[in-house]
Design a protein around this ligand. Structure first.
Ligand SMILES: Cc1cc2nc3c(=O)[nH]c(=O)nc-3n(C[C@H](O)[C@H](O)[C@H](O)COP(=O)(O)OP(=O)(O)OC[C@H]3O[C@@H](n4cnc5c(N)ncnc54)[C@H](O)[C@@H]3O)c2cc1C
Length: 423
C-alpha cells in the first residue's frame, strides 16, 4: 500500500484535509492537477456573512448565523461538519501557518475595502490586510500604480465614500496614483510581475519618495495586494518603517498573490508532516470493489500509474475545479460517478439577474454526504465506504452568496482528514 490516505485535489480543502490526516501520523499523498481557487480567491477565509439565503443584509457574526443555518438546513456542509469541528478546524488552520499570519474568528465579521471600492465582510484575514479593517478609526490613503491594470485608487476611494457603510469608521478615504518607472517601461504589469519586483529595495525607495508627500493626516495606507511575492512581511514592514504609518493590502482580483502565499505556507506545513504533494497530476479513473475504492489511476510525467491507499478524500472542487462537469444531460461527478444534487432542468440553472439576492440554483449543486462526510445517495445510503468528500464539491452550499467558501473548505477538509486518520 502506497499511502494510508490519498487526497484527490490540492485546493484549500484538500491541503487542509491532508494536513489533518498527516498530523495524526498517517502516510498521506495529495494528487492534484492544479492549485484550485487559491490562485483566484482574495486570501481571506470567508466564514459566513449572509444568511438566510435571500438576505441582502449581512449577519451580526458568523457564529450566530452558523447556529441558524445548521438549524434550518441539516444538509449544508457546515451542518454536516458541526459546530465543534468548525471551531477546531479554524484553530488547526491558523496553527498550520506562521504565528499571527492569519487573524479573525467566528465572533466577528471583518469589513475590508476591496479593489472595486465595495466592502468585503470576511472572517479570517492575512495579517497584511488587518490595518484595512474599516471598523478601525483613522483616515485611509489608498495608493495605486500607474500602469497596473485592475486597480484604480481614486475609483476605489470614490466608490467607498459614495457607498458609505454602517461598518465604516474610517475618517475619510483618499486615493492617489503614483508612477513607478519600472512598470511604465514594461507598458503595464501583472500582479505577479510587480509583486516580484517589489521585493527589490530600489523600487521601494521610489515608492517611499512619492508616497511620503501624500500621507498628510492618513494613519494607514493601502496598496494593491502585491507587497512581496513569497512573503508579505519584509516589504510591508519596510514601507511602514519609512512612512511611519500602518500599511495594508487591499484584497484584489486574480491572480491572487495572498492566495499564492497561503498555498506556500500550507505547502510548507505539508512538508513538515511528510505529505507527498503531487502537483500537475490528474486522476483519470478509480478502481472500485465491494463498495471500496482500491486504487486510483494517475496521469503524471507522461504516463498513467496506479496508486493504492486505505482511504481516499475527494476534494476536487466544483465546476471550476473540475470536481463537477457540466454535460448536456446535467452535472456529473466524473471520477466515482457519484450522484449530483442539481436543478431538475438546465433551464433552471440560473436566475435572470446575475446578482439575484437568492443566488443561482446551479451554485447549490454538488455531492450529497452524511455527517461522516461519506458520499450518500438520495436516501442517505453510503455509496463508497472508504471515500470522504470535502470542500466546494459538497452540495447545498452557496459560497459566493453566503460568503462561506473558504470556511466550508477548511471545516470539511479538517473533518474529512481527521476522520480518515481516526478510523
Ligand atoms: C473568483 C472567486 C473568488 C473567491 N473568493 C473567495 C474569498 O475571497 N474567500 C473565500 O473564503 N472564498 C472565496 N471563494 C470560494 C473559495 O475559493 C472556494 O470555495 C474554495 O477555495 C474551494 O476549495 P476546494 O479545495 O474545495 O476546491 P478547489 O479550490 O476548486 O480545488 C480543487 C482542486 O482539485 C483539483 N482536481 C480536480 N479534479 C482533479 C482530478 N481529476 N485529478 C487531480 N486533481 C483534480 C483541481 O486542480 C484543484 O486543485 C472564491 C471563489 C471564486 C471562484
Amino acid at each position: 500500500m502506497d499511502f494510508d490516505t490519498i487526497v484527490i485535489g490540492g485546493g484549500l480543502s484538500g491541503l487542509v484535509a491532508a494536513a489533518a490526516s498527516a498530523q495524526k501520523g498517517q502516510r498521506v499523498g495529495v494528487v492534484s492537477s492544479g492549485m484550485g481557487d487559491m490562485l483566484t480567491f482574495t486570501g481571506c477565509i470567508d466564514l459566513l456573512a449572509y444568511y438566510p439565503g435571500e438576505s441582502t443584509r449581512p449577519g451580526p457574526a458568523p457564529d450566530i448565523l452558523l447556529d441558524q443555518l445548521a438549524a434550518d438546513n441539516s444538509e449544508h456542509p457546515y451542518a454536516l461538519a458541526g459546530r465543534q469541528w468548525i471551531e477546531d478546524a479554524i484553530r488547526f488552520f491558523k496553527g498550520l501557518l506562521p504565528e499571527w499570519e492569519y487573524q479573525g474568528n467566528l465572533d466577528r465579521l471583518i469589513p475590508l475595502p476591496t479593489v472595486m471600492g465595495t466592502v468585503k465582510l470576511t472572517g479570517i484575514i492575512p495579517r497584511s490586510m488587518s490595518a484595512g479593517d474599516l471598523e478601525e478609526e483613522g483616515e485611509m490613503l489608498v495608493v495605486g500604480f500607474q500602469g497596473l491594470r485592475e486597480f484604480s485608487a481614486p475609483s476605489l476611494a470614490g466608490n467607498l465614500a459614495a457607498a458609505g457603510s454602517e461598518h465604516m469608521q474610517a475618517e475619510g478615504v483618499r486615493g492617489e496614483t503614483i508612477t513607478v518607472d519600472d512598470i511604465s517601461k514594461c507598458g503595464g504589469a501583472t500582479n505577479t510581475a510587480l509583486a516580484r519586483r517589489l521585493e527589490r529595495e530600489d523600487l521601494l525607495d521610489s515608492i517611499v519618495q512619492q508616497v511620503r508627500p501624500l500621507v498628510g493626516t492618513a494613519s494607514r495606507i493601502g496598496f494593491p495586494a502585491i507587497l512581496g511575492l513569497t512573503e508579505d512581511g519584509p516589504t510591508r514592514e519596510h514601507l511602514e518603517g519609512r512612512l511611519g504609518v500602518r500599511i495594508f493590502e487591499v484584497p484584489g482580483l486574480p491572480p491572487s498573490i495572498p492566495g499564492q502565499r497561503l498555498f506556500n505556507h500550507l505547502h510548507n506545513a505539508l512538508s513538515r508532516f511528510n505529505v507527498r504533494l503531487m502537483l500537475g497530476s490528474r486522476v483519470m479513473g478509480v478502481s472500485l470493489e465491494d463498495r471500496q475504492c482500491r486504487s486510483i489511476h494517475v496521469f503524471r510525467h507522461g504516463r498513467t500509474t496506479e496508486m493504492c491507499a486505505h482511504r481516499f478524500i475527494l476534494a476536487t472542487g466544483g465546476i471550476r475545479g473540475g470536481g463537477l462537469v457540466a454535460e448536456r444531460s446535467g452535472l456529473l461527478e466524473p471520477l466515482y460517478g457519484l450522484p449530483v444534487c442539481q436543478p431538475s432542468k438546465r433551464g433552471t440553472w440560473f436566475r435572470t439577474c446575475m446578482f439575484d439576492p437568492e443566488g443561482h440554483p446551479l451554485d447549490r449543486s454538488g455531492v450529497k454526504a452524511n455527517t461522516n462526510l461519506q458520499p450518500v445517495d438520495a436516501a442517505g445510503r453510503v455509496l463508497i465506504d472508504n471515500v470522504r468528500v470535502c470542500g466546494r464539491i459538497l452540495a447545498y452550499q452557496d459560497p459566493l452568496r453566503e460568503k462561506s467558501g473558504g470556511g466550508v473548505a477548511v471545516a470539511t477538509g479538517f473533518k474529512a482528514g481527521s476522520l480518515c486518520a481516526d478510523e
